[in-house]
Design a protein around this ligand. Structure first.
Ligand SMILES: NC(=O)c1ccc[n+]([C@@H]2O[C@H](COP(=O)([O-])OP(=O)(O)OC[C@H]3O[C@@H](n4cnc5c(N)ncnc54)[C@H](O)[C@@H]3O)[C@@H](O)[C@H]2O)c1
Length: 536
């Protein structure tokens, strides 16, 4: 036994242990001084000045002649119970439980010794002893909890930094899409190193001219495939997640695929990103989560999506925010409806579509003209994402941002007026249909927090479309390449690479109803039969 003790003693790193012993010793003495202080304050209030001075003398005598000696019991007990040696390697919870128990037992021994052996010679009173016990327990356990919290976070940061070199590599998932190709260009212009993960559902042309760029790394892959995701995330510190089946009709076309890509893949991405030490994940959500409402909706407003598309966004937002930690910082971006041209033009978006129709067909139909929509030009949106990507963490961590500009909330009738200004000969027909979406959105937060506001108005976008058609850059806006729903209806929705991926997505997708954000509708949607069969 002596040999074992000698070996333990020899193996102790005193440089680490000594400060902890001194700190514990200091807490014990502070606790006794606090207990004395409280007792003195109580006597002073009782106006018994003679007893106050007697008490002070008694305390001084007790402290110097007895407590100094007795207090050595604590470090001795902590030492004997391994608090300075092996317990520090315990998992945090077990460590704190063990520490609390040891402190409690040490205090019991101390108070018993104090009472039985010393008190008959030098009474300090039970109230002082008990106050000391409570303060010492809180102080000792409190400093341990604080240290675990502080150092624990630091340790995660350190471990993370060893896995994810901070070379600013940004991963854009869905970087070949309408918004993605615009963002990737701006990132490269800023000198950033960029990786794109995209299955190129609508082709690679939007980023074809960038594929040889020295700072661009393109990974052909599916965000539902874990190997592709792990490969793409290597050495990445920030992610912008744009990949999705976009829009209400496209999601309704194949609900299972929409759930997989828009929700289940987000859940998988979170785990891989956290494991690989990614610091910041910007998620593309949509203002359509606000559904149908006459109120002015800000980030605190109730979400009430009216479609599967909106539901998948709300549910992804929720799992992302729940997954935040000291090392992983999700940021939710609720985009306004986008307009304007990028290298992947979309003519299934209201402003672009109506502009092209007004020009090529000479007439447009406006459904539910009094309904409000917020709009944003695709280049402004790319700038907003850049700002959110580069903003100080304290300004954006775990935050939801409506991304747009208060000046760009318009009714659909106002959109028609702008289009008529650019195409004065176009005829406008007003009709009603079952589309209930109606939302006017407050963008004050993004303006105040990171100074974002839009440069482009609706008319800029309409004129862009006119110029592109005039110059034959766009030959026929009806080409299915320019419409997500048209393309997916004709070509089909992107299939999983393997049965294994399908099984993983089925497992992650059916958790939707547990997330429970969107009530009955999500349950109805998420009970859509996925592919539960595991590959043999
Ligand atoms: N365009 C808008 O008006 C608008 C409005 C609000 C929110 N958003 C959101 O912004 C994001 C981007 O929208 P967009 O307009 O650029 O759409 P988009 O359809 O042009 O781009 C989506 C990109 O994701 C890729 N993708 C799809 N499934 C994938 C998968 N399984 N793995 C990897 N890549 C995949 C596609 O190939 C495409 O390049 C989406 O999340 C969308 O919900 C868009």
């Amino acid at each position: 036994m002596w040999n074992a003790m000698r070996t333990t003693f020899q193996s102790i790193k005193w440089r680490n242990v000594a400060p902890r012993i001194v700190a514990d010793f200091a807490v014990i003495h502070c606790a006794m001084l606090v207990a004395f202080g409280i007792s003195m304050a109580y006597q002073t209030r009782a106006d018994d000045l003679s007893s106050v001075s007697n008490l002070a003398n008694t305390f001084r005598h007790y402290y110097l002649s007895q407590f100094l000696f007795l207090s050595l019991l604590f470090p001795a007990a902590f030492f004997a119970n391994g608090l300075y040696t092996h317990v520090r390697y315990y998992p945090t919870k077990a460590k704190l439980e063990r520490f609390t128990l040891v402190v409690f037992l040490s205090l019991t021994v101390f108070l018993t010794a104090n009472y039985l052996v010393i008190q008959y010679r030098n009474p300090i009173g039970r109230s002082v002893s008990l106050t000391f016990g409570v303060v010492a327990l809180l102080g000792l356990v409190g400093t341990r909890v604080g240290k675990e919290w502080f150092i624990g976070g630091e340790r995660i940061e350190r471990r993370k930094s060893s896995r994810a070199p901070k070379d600013g590599l940004v991963l854009v998932i869905g970087g070949a899409g309408y918004i993605g190709c615009c963002l990737v260009r701006r990132l490269l212009e800023q000198g950033k190193r960029v990786r794109v993960l995209d299955t190129a559902v609508y082709g690679l042309e939007p980023i074809q001219d960038l594929l040889n760029h020295p700072n661009l790394d393109y990974v052909y892959g599916d965000c539902r495939n874990i190997q592709d995701v792990v490969k793409a995330i290597r050495h990445v510190s920030r992610i912008v997640h744009l990949a999705a089946i976009v829009g209400d009709p496209a999601c309704e076309l194949d609900q299972k695929t929409a759930i997989e890509i828009n929700y289940a893949a987000t859940r998988m991405l979170i785990e891989v990103a956290k494991g690989c030490g990614v610091e910041r994940l910007l998620f593309a959500s949509s203002c359509s989560v606000y559904g149908a409402t006459d109120e002015f909706m800000d980030e605190h407003s109730k979400v009430q999506p009216v479609s599967l598309y909106g539901e998948t966004k709300v549910s992804s937002e929720q799992v992302l925010l729940e997954s935040a930690s000291s090392g992983f910082h999700p940021v939710i971006m609720r985009f306004a409806t986008v307009f304007g041209l990028s290298n992947r033009p979309r003519f299934d978006l209201v402003v672009n579509l109506l502009s092209a129709k007004a020009m090529q067909d000479g007439r447009i139909t406006i459904y539910n003209g009094q309904q409000w929509r917020p709009f944003i030009h695709v280049r402004d949106l790319a700038e907003a994402i850049l700002l959110l990507l580069n903003a100080p963490l304290s300004a954006v961590d775990r935050e939801i941002f409506n991304v747009g500009d208060n000046h760009l909330n318009h009714t659909l009738a106002e959109v028609a007026e702008v289009i008529q200004r650019v195409f004065p000969g176009a005829c406008v027909e007003h009709r009603e249909n079952a589309d209930r979406r109606n939302y006017r959105v407050d963008f004050t937060k993004i303006e105040k927090r990171i100074g974002f506001h839009c440069k482009y108005g609706l008319e800029d976008g309409v004129r862009e479309v006119k110029a592109a058609i005039d110059s034959n850059e766009i030959e026929d806006y009806r080409n299915i390449r320019f419409s997500n729903i048209g393309f997916l209806r004709e070509i089909g929705t992107p299939e999983n690479k393997s049965e294994f991926d399908a099984a993983v997505m089925a497992a992650l997708g059916t958790e939707q109803s547990r997330a429970g954000t969107a009530g009955k509708m999500s349950q109805q949607y998420f009970q859509v039969k996925t592919t539960p069969a595991l590959p043999s």
